[in-house]
Design a binder for this molecule. Sequence first.
Ligand SMILES: O=C(O)CCC(=O)C(=O)O
Length: 275
Amino acid sequence: MSTLARAPVFKPFTLALVQLGQIGANKADNLKHAREMVLKATTQHSKKPDLVVLPECFNSPYGHVHFPVYAEKIGWTPGTKYEIEKSESESVKMLSQLAKETKTWLIGGSIPEADTESDKYYNTCTVYNPDGDLVALHRKIHLFDIDIPGKITFKESESLAPGKTPTYFDTEFARIGLGICYDIRFPELSMIAARKGAHVLIYPAAFNMTTGPLHWELLQRARGQVIAEAGEKEEIIYADIEPKVLEETRQGIPVTTQRRFDVYPDLRTLTNRKA
Ligand SMILES: O=C(O)CCC(=O)C(=O)O
């Protein structure tokens, strides 16, 4: 069993989710607009949010032809201090500056990342503290490979490589687990985050309109109450996150401590489908 740093005490905080309109072809314009929306999110609400979240792929149109063109080199090494000034990524620099300027935690949606070491592209989310430090980086683990005849065929893995590491990070108000869009469909990932002490799970997303609408609310909800929801257009929504609800629910329905790992087998041994 691995040992973990103790999670921070879960405290009330205000969350702002930024939903952007259509992403255009001009990266500079996309970055400028995302910046304006984060500035708006941190100034227009009666209570300044502690954490702002941007959506998946916010600096680039979504698609195989676009990923390599819009991809940026980030060059992050986990466990080492990232030097923003030396970063080759204009998006990382913009997000870092924005977090610092607004003195807010910022989850920078995701951007196409070009990794020079592996020579691969990833769908990558970066996270900044209110000093502008890059504190976490998540590469989408479950790539959206789908083939529903006559409806949607898309293979993210044709141009992107999958991340290999579940990600969580600590703020002064919560431990937060991260995933990107399709990652939300895999409960194993959220279970790992929860067992590592995460109080909150965040999944920046850009769902397609074929497979998304049936499940996006259900997947986000899992078993709780929806307290804020955006429409289909550009919008900023806010929510006051209240630890008491989580604590009372976990105490009242203690599934966390009642799991029967002695009974559950390695699920890989049970599969009856071709991998
Ligand atoms: O899970 C879904 O329905 C859609 C996922 C998706 O669009 C994505 O991961 O980009």
